[in-house]
Design a protein around this ligand. Structure first.
Ligand code: THU
Length: 132
């Protein structure tokens, strides 16, 4: 039994994706071992839509947890769903470089990447160190 995987699969059916028809479920485990979930939430004003990973991160932060220990993302696609660029940056804000993100398809294909692999050359707060 993999609680993180189960949570991502279960929440996916709650995705609000009437425009793309592409439902995504995300689950993240905080360093306190609590699981937070998110789904994509689209909008008739298309750019206002949000990704599943973004929702899960917002729930974690709202609960007062600040670090991701593990993440799992699932969608119905031919190969494990790759997070968008923006979500890679959002995950990197709250996860160490060696944290594992599992990407999956609904029929069970999985691919595992570290945060460093997902976003090489990530922009971090240290890049603003020269700002006085
Ligand atoms: N989407 C996510 O929620 N996460 C991803 O990792 C990839 C894309 C959503 C955004 C949009 O609602 C739909 O999938 C199609 O792009």
């Amino acid at each position: 039994m993999n609680a993180l995987k189960d949570a991502a699969f279960k929440v996916r059916s709650n995705a609000y994706a009437p425009y793309s028809g592409f439902q995504v479920g995300a689950a993240i485990k905080s360093e306190e071992d609590k699981i937070f979930v998110g789904v994509n939430v689209e909008n008739a004003a298309y750019p206002e839509g949000t990704c599943a990973e973004s929702g899960a991160i917002a729930a974690m932060i709202a609960a007062g947890h600040t670090r991701i220990k593990e993440a799992y993302v699932v969608a119905d696609c031919p190969s494990p769903v790759p997070p968008c660029g923006g979500c890679r940056q959002k995950i990197a804000e709250f996860a160490d470089q060696d944290v594992i993100v599992t990407l999956a398809t609904v029929d069970g294909k999985e691919a595992k990447y570290s945060v460093a692999e997902l976003l090489p050359g990530v922009f971090t707060p240290t890049h603003m160190d020269y700002v006085s």
